[in-house]
Design a protein around this ligand. Structure first.
Ligand code: HEM
Length: 551
């Protein structure tokens, strides 16, 4: 997952032309009753929505104007104050869900300097992605890049390039992290880390757990260990390096890196809504903390790149490739450096992004997964049975094992449906489009809101049920029809700009779950829903405690 604040390409679209009819099909809006948090009267621009929840076409069947889209208040500044006063940043996902419930499947929101159109139905999201263009700037946090540099704060690399250049670079990167060949090569590295994690956990349960020897149970908050797992796995795949985080005294440097990513994520949301001038005044301490966190992330990557450089030089001197010592795969960084298709600055920027984007994003869904499997014992048993059979057949080959246990993939898809790490995917359409019969000018920021989408009864049957089988994950369990419609599983985004760490994340999370299910029975003391909070990524307000019982 990554934060992206991009500058849009404004293409001259012909207003509401080609797509006039796409998206005008009447959609059932969500209950438009007084039950929503937003009182009816407080929302403006709602012509076209009846109390029955069925959206009418505009007067005379015309496409309605942008201004007619329901919105949550005209003044961005008033909204910003409300957001702060009501602590809405931390509950943005629920605020979105409530707003959709109150006004139907599209609304506008203006908060501080940010303005967006929010949508949640797969048909609208499909239309949005059909009109996405390539973003002209590639690095994150653009609004602060200049500010950052002007304060001489940055050790980072902020690169600008046009859409085509960005696309070409991204395709080179994809070849090292998204295609099946590199995945096959880095999977054993992830598997090694997942197995070590389970050994560490087994030793801990044996030492600190209760019950008779060999059958002990331990109840704990696994979140710190999951963060270490994610960092250890990322370092192994990206730098080809084990950093020893499962030892009893992990290095201070690694702890600092985890801290830096956590602070970078936590300080981003409030900064997103402030203009640079205000940032300098009221946001200065926040900004300093944010910039320091980034600096630490950049330094971490810089140190690894130096090492990679030395490795490459010495293997060149020996006449060998750096990315593979003998047949051994030594990580994404070495591959990129050895192939030399990207400039060193681009390699730096990319590995920094991969490292920053690769820790919390996998550690947090794993917390939710352990919790959901713990409170859904039957599901847990079904997944375990499939995993056991597949593992027995795979003869130690992790790729085969995952292939034979599609419920693992279904489990993670289900987790990301209910708890999407990034609650929105944003696009700036490069031509005018029509969504829900409203005209959306090119260049508007449109957000696909994943949390309300994943929990919508219009989109998913019995959406509150945790059901990995709904994704058609096995011949026996699948085929329930929910795989038919697209644009429902969007946790990794979509298209050219989708999550570049997707294959690393999917495999890393599934492998860890696989080894945990082979070794432990999971349970939780309370099956009450977890309260969630949004600090750029969606996470539990309090990490759930899980009981690990040795099998
Ligand atoms: C469950 C885990 C993860 C989720 C749900 C997730 C989700 C996302 C999403 C939604 C995006 C934006 C995609 C779009 O706009 O279409 C994204 C981008 C990105 N993610 Fe992930 N991510 C995850 C794990 C990772 C990992 C493990 C890494 C690195 C190893 C990573 C690195 C990135 C980077 C670098 C981008 C920016 C890509 C670009 O704009 O070119 N993510 N991710």
């Amino acid at each position: 997952m990554y934060i992206r604040v991009t500058v849009c390409v404004r293409a001259q679209g012909t207003c509401g032309s080609r797509n006039l009819l796409c998206g005008v099909a009447p959609q059932r809006a969500h209950c438009v009753t007084a039950a929503g948090t937003l009182a009816r009267g407080r929302l403006e621009g709602r012509q076209g929505t009846e109390s029955t929840g069925v959206r009418k076409r505009g007067v005379d069947g015309r496409v309605q104007s942008f201004e007619e889209i329901p919105h949550t208040g005209r003044s961005g500044w008033v909204n910003l104050v409300k957001f702060w006063r009501e602590d809405r940043f931390r509950h943005l996902h629920m605020h979105m869900e409530k707003t959709f419930n109150a006004v139907g499947p599209i609304y506008r929101e203006h908060v501080g300097t940010q303005s967006s159109v929010n949508i949640m139905l797969p048909s609208d999201i499909a239309e949005l992605f059909r009109s996405e263009g390539l973003h002209p700037r590639r690095m994150t946090l653009q609004p602060w890049a200049t500010h950052r540099e002007s304060r001489n704060h940055s050790k980072g690399v902020f690169l600008k390039s046009n859409g085509e250049e960005w696309r070409a670079d991204r395709l080179i990167l994809n070849r090292e992290v998204m295609m099946s060949t590199p995945v096959k090569r880095f999977l054993p590295l992830l598997d090694e880390v997942a197995m070590d994690f389970c050994r560490m956990l087994q030793a801990r349960v044996e030492k600190d757990g209760r019950g008779e020897e060999g059958k002990r149970s331990l109840t704990m908050d696994p979140s710190p260990d999951l963060f270490r797992f994610a960092l250890e796995a990322s370092c192994h795949v990206i730098y080809g390096e084990r950093i020893g985080l499962f030892s009893s005294s992990p290095s201070l440097e690694s702890q600092k890196f985890i801290w830096a990513v956590e602070r970078m994520l936590a300080t981003t949301p409030p900064l997103l809504y402030l203009p640079p001038r205000l940032l300098l005044r009221i946001g200065a301490p926040l900004w300093t903390e944010h910039a320091n966190a980034w600096d630490h992330i950049f330094s971490h990557a810089e140190a690894r790149i130096q090492k990679g450089y030395q490795r490459l030089s010495s293997s060149k001197a020996r006449g060998a490739g750096a990315g593979a010592v003998g047949c051994q795969y030594t990580g994404v960084l070495d591959q990129l450096m050895e192939k030399g298709q990207l400039s060193l600055d681009l390699i730096k920027a990319n590995v920094t992004e991969l490292m920053a984007g690769g820790v919390d994003t996998t550690a947090v869904p794993l917390q939710f997964a352990l919790f959901e499997l713990g409170r859904n014992k039957e599901v847990q048993e079904r997944v375990r049975q499939q995993v056991r059979a597949s593992w027995a057949q795979a003869g130690g080959d992790p790729q085969k094992a995952l292939k034979g246990a599609p419920l693992l993939k279904g489990t993670m898809k289900e987790i990301l449906r209910l708890y999407p790490v990034g609650t929105t995917v944003q696009r700036y359409p490069i031509k005018d489009i029509v969504l829900q019969n409203y005209h959306i000018p090119a260049g508007t920021m449109v957000q696909a809101c994943l949390y309300p989408l994943g929990r919508s009864a219009e989109v998913f049957e019995d959406p509150q049920r945790f059901d990995p089988g709904r994704w058609g994950s096995s011949k026996e369990e699948g085929q329930r029809g929910e795989t038919a419609g697209g644009f429902r599983s969007l946790a990794f985004g979509f298209g050219a700009r989708q999550c570049v760490g997707r294959r690393i994340a999917e495999n890393e999370m599934q492998l860890l779950l696989m080894h945990i299910l082979l070794s432990f029975h999971l349970s939780v003391s309370s099956s009450e829903d977890i309260k969630t909070t949004c600090t750029l990524i969606l996470q539990p307000e309090t990490p759930p405690r899980i009981t690990f019982s040795k099998l």
